[in-house]
Design a protein around this ligand. Structure first.
Ligand code: FBP
Length: 549
């Protein structure tokens, strides 16, 4: 593999471990836990893994006898910077326990586990992947692990390779599956531990006990660099409005973090749109008013950040999606037989009157996307909806109306961007390189502690990494019941942007000034070498969230 100069230099970076993980550790249990909601339902569904205590690792002076352990690892879902370092940390942690321990990687996600596609990960093989972005070390996939047949098929290969622990690196849905798998293996006394690691650039797998998912830091820094560059171009040429859609699924954490970093003229936060019961036209009017206010000051340029999940949060569209989900789950076979050209009419005919009207009112492309296949976890594939174009077209139309009313006399030329894939495989920032390595190393400690159904947890993340706190959180603690594919299912509660949270409050207190002034900040590229205040800063989201604590 030919390496760039940065790759070569970066390979030598030694991720910094929390001090507690550098010696012998003991797992100190806290109180028994409860799920965040629907406690009776979750308890009934997870009789063997519900209510476990939180664990915190502390230094121990008593050496514990060790024996080799074989472990399997799966990368699940969308790529996030640092995944390779989770695997490297896990490998080093296992080898530290016993040098004859082995790590097997299942190929291309959970599908490789079910289909018995795997490889042994050796020191020589993984050395090229240390501190690099991507999931290409073993590949990733979105197969949903949910049936007994899949679990039993997986168990066959675990038995064949003498694997007694499985680490699933994934987002909320994949960690939900990890909890279900842990429960099943425990219920049949399979002798296999299952441990999860919190991954996703979206930042929506977090709660009181998981401070952030890995990858969010690097991805938002990459997007902020490019948004900053666009803002500088925009402020130089002074002739375009840039509509920038940002990945992140339902939650607007990525858009919010980029707004805090770059100070754009507009940033829409989906959660606020829902809270204020705004229609799509209300959002359009809000943007058009800012375009017009800037035009009045001679500034026919600006930037608008749009979270990719916006459309799902327009309350009327949300109700429509909920009915569509049930309809398409219930009538999947019948719908599959309908000709593509007739699908729109079929849907309209089968929806309630109110939702049929909303469906008809949406541009055909957007409406079609809402009725296409969900991903295996039941999510609308929002990254495929061109909200940035939809919004700028509607703003242009609105501005023409305002011009006719004498309320706008500027120019409006728009350009469109979508940032998502650009940030998912970047080389991890120092924060993500350290955090991921620690999560993997800590997963090895949880395996050694003999527990199952836990998520690797590393906390105190705004402090230098040596001061981070390591332990394990029972996954059932994060769960509640939600409607998926037309039925109630136990799932990890997704973290959306909290409107009473410090990051949003900070943004809300500044945005009116950013709208009409040109207050752009240009964060520049991620720095891997240099002073800590440039290289080792966590996200502003994390900083503000911690300031109140
Ligand atoms: P995960 O939840 O799997 O981490 O997904 C992250 C993400 O990048 C979302 O932001 C985006 O909507 C989705 O993946 C795109 O999916 P795909 O990789 O299948 O195109």
């Amino acid at each position: 593999m030919k390496k760039s100069a940065l790759q070569k230099a970066r390979a030598a970076y030694q991720p910094k471990l929390p001090i507690v993980l550098t010696g012998t550790v003991k797992a100190v249990p806290g109180h028994a836990t409860n799920s965040v909601a629907d406690q009776e339902d979750i308890k009934n569904l997870f009789p063997n893994t519900y209510g476990l205590p939180e664990l915190k690792f502390e230094k121990s002076s008593t050496p514990v006898p060790s024996k080799p352990v074989n472990v399997g690892v799966i990368l699940s879902g969308g790529q996030a910077p640092g995944g390779h370092n989770v695997i490297c940390g896990l490998f080093d942690g296992l080898k530290k326990v016993h040098r004859e321990s082995k790590l097997y990687g299942f190929l291309m996600g959970p599908g490789g586990f079910v289909d018995h596609q795997y490889m042994e990960l050796t020191a020589d093989f993984i050395k090229d992947y240390r501190n690099t972005g991507g999931f290409d070390i073993i590949g990733s996939g979105r197969t949903k692990l949910e049936t007994k047949e899949q679990f039993d098929k997986g168990l066959e290969i675990l038995r064949e390779l003498n694997i007694s622990a499985l680490v699933i690196i994934g987002g909320d849905d994949s960690n939900t599956n990890a909890a279900v798998l842990a429960e099943y293996y425990k219920s049949i006394n399979a002798g296999v531990q299952v441990i999860g690691c919190p991954k996703t650039i979206d930042g929506d797998l977090k709660n009181d006990v998981i401070e952030t998912s890995f990858g969010f830091d690097t991805a938002t820094k990459v997007y902020s660099e490019v948004i900053g560059n666009i803002q500088r171009d925009c402020n130089s040429a002074k002739k375009y409005w840039h509509f920038i859609k940002l990945m992140g699924r339902s939650a607007s954490h990525i858009a919010l973090e980029c707004a805090l970093q770059c100070q754009p003229n507009v940033c829409i936060i989906s959660e606020e749109v829902e809270e204020k019961n705004m229609s799509l036209q209300d959002v359009v009017n809000y943007v058009a008013d800012i375009v017009s206010a800037r035009a009045a000051k001679g500034m026919n340029f600006g930037t608008v950040l749009i979270p990719e999940g916006l459309i799902e949060f327009i309350p009327a569209v949300k109700r429509l999606i909920a009915e569509l989900n049930d309809l398409l789950a219930k009538s999947a076979e019948e719908f599959a037989k309908v000709d593509a050209a007739d699908q729109r009419q079929w849907i309209i005919a089968h929806l309630s009157e109110e939702n049929a009207k909303v469906y008809e009112s949406l541009p055909a492309g957007v409406a079609r996307q809402l009725s296409l296949d969900r991903d295996p976890h039941g999510n609308v594939q929002v990254s495929l909806i061109e909200t940035e174009k939809l919004l700028s077209e509607m703003v242009a139309k609105r501005l023409e109306e305002m011009r006719a009313e004498g309320r706008f006399n500027g120019k409006f030329a728009s350009l469109h961007h979508f940032f998502g894939y650009e940030g998912r495989c970047a080389d991890p920032s120092n924060f993500d390189a350290d955090y991921c390595y620690a999560l993997g190393f800590n997963a090895a400690c949880l395996i050694r502690a003999g527990v199952t159904g836990y998520m690797s947890s590393v906390r105190n993340l705004t402090k230098p990494s040596v001061q981070w706190v390591a332990g394990g959180i029972p996954i059932t603690m994060m769960m509640n019941m939600e409607r998926r594919h037309g039925a109630m299912k136990p799932v990890i509660q997704k973290a959306l942007v909290r409107l009473d949270g410090a990051p949003f409050q900070k943004f809300a207190s500044k945005r009116d000034v950013w709208a009409v002034e040109t207050s752009y900040v240009y964060p520049g590229p991620i720095q891997y070498f240099g002073p800590a205040e440039v290289c080792d800063q966590p996200t502003l989201t994390l900083k503000y969230e911690h300031q109140g604590k």
